[in-house]
Ligand binder design. Sequence first.
Ligand code: NAG
Ligand code: NAG
Ligand code: NAG
Ligand code: NAG
Ligand code: NAG
Ligand code: NAG
Length: 408
Amino acid sequence: MMFVFLVLIPHTMQTIATTCPNASRCVCDEEKHYAKCTNRLVIPVLPSYVTSLDFSRNFLMHLQRSTFTALEALKLENLSLANDNICRATSDSLNDLLYLRSLDLSRNPMILSVAVTAIMSIRSPFFSTLIINMNPWKFIGIGSTLNALCTAFNLTHVSLRYSYDTSLSFNEMSKCVVLQFFDVSKGHIQFLEPGFLKHIKELNLQNNGITLRRGGFFGRKSTCSFPQIEILRLENNRIRNLDNRLSCLDKLRILILDNNPLMQISTNTFINLPSLSHLSIANLGDGLNTVKSLAFGSTSLNSLNFSGNKFMFKSLLSNIYFDKYNIFKLVPNLTELDLSGNIVDTSDVLTTMLLPVKFLKKLWLKNCGMSSLPTDFFSKMPHLQEFVASYNNISAWDGNIVLETILP
Ligand SMILES: *[C@@H]1O[C@H](CO)[C@@H](O)[C@H](O)[C@H]1NC(C)=O
Ligand SMILES: *[C@@H]1O[C@H](CO)[C@@H](O)[C@H](O)[C@H]1NC(C)=O
Ligand SMILES: *[C@@H]1O[C@H](CO)[C@@H](O)[C@H](O)[C@H]1NC(C)=O
Ligand SMILES: *[C@@H]1O[C@H](CO)[C@@H](O)[C@H](O)[C@H]1NC(C)=O
Ligand SMILES: *[C@@H]1O[C@H](CO)[C@@H](O)[C@H](O)[C@H]1NC(C)=O
Ligand SMILES: *[C@@H]1O[C@H](CO)[C@@H](O)[C@H](O)[C@H]1NC(C)=O
């Protein structure tokens, strides 16, 4: 006779928690499907609604498959392992995160091959966003490294801020065909090699040492490097010359060029950017001495920030060139203009300069050394809604003169 004992162990799904393990230094947000834990040695079991886990600032050291056992029941899409003291990883470490879309490995003391090992272990078909800011690698060749990763994954968003590389070759990234957003700001890049990125929409190159050494950098009509780019950030670099540099970027809407050592802005510098709507070219330092006639010529431009350039908008200065009649002559759609932080002559220069800008809605003239406003100033700008002229030396104005034809 045999007795069969059927032992039913109540299956208390060990990997599903319904409440946030608060005692384990985590906070959770059910509405946002989000959890965050800090100062831990292991990843705890989390509520099943969690799809985004910020597990930065912990002590994981060694990534392996078992590191993520507690997450088995989750459909985790976003995972941050930033600042987790990771220095090693096994080649199956991220195998089980089958829904992963975005991974942040910033600020870990791991060498490049460890990072690549971890990333290559991802099996999720949705993986598309990679963030590794503040990595400790020197001279790795960002382009070729990314190219290898782009061969394995359809990366759409990549962020590698604060990198040590001094050069970046877009040409080496030919496999990154679906890349839309690329941030390599705040690094040491001096040399850029152009290359074709078919779907790139936003390129953040600010705060490097970039010079754009030659004309035609972004390509020509039929061979344009970034045909879909909409946002290009180049502020805080070493660009001295924009001549023939900005062309063929037909979709570019926003261009930021602040804080570059430009001395001259030539005629029609931006004319070949037919979608440009916002241009910021502020805080150029002391060197700017020439703004050629029609420098800002653009039918699409809505908003121009030319603040903080200490440029002398005054007639008849021998070392400064600008043309009050034509500086804003062919910028018909300009509605917002910031000229703060320049020196403005209020006799006739300001009025003459602004005369062609018929649709101006917002004008900033802060800190422009003005002691009065020109006679009949506002009547020339019938659409003006906002006018800021603080930090000047206008002790009083004669409303009857300045506002002459507006008031009844
Ligand atoms: C989590 O625990 C801490 C103390 O350990 C407490 O101050 C906090 O109120 C708790 N939060 C929740 C949501 O229970
Ligand atoms: C996941 O992260 C991306 C950015 O990496 C963000 O846009 C998205 O909203 C996040 N998703 C969730 C569910 O938090
Ligand atoms: C990338 O996208 C292409 C086209 O949609 C698809 O065929 C391919 O399987 C994807 N690759 C990966 C690794 O998901
Ligand atoms: C600019 O304004 C003109 C009229 O002055 C208009 O025909 C044109 O569509 C505008 N262009 C853009 C890009 O908004
Ligand atoms: C123009 O740019 C400067 C410098 O970046 C900024 O401080 C200022 O707010 C900008 N002006 C407007 C109107 O946004
Ligand atoms: C401001 O204006 C007053 C009176 O018009 C003048 O005495 C003073 O020197 C001016 N200050 C500056 C900084 O221009």
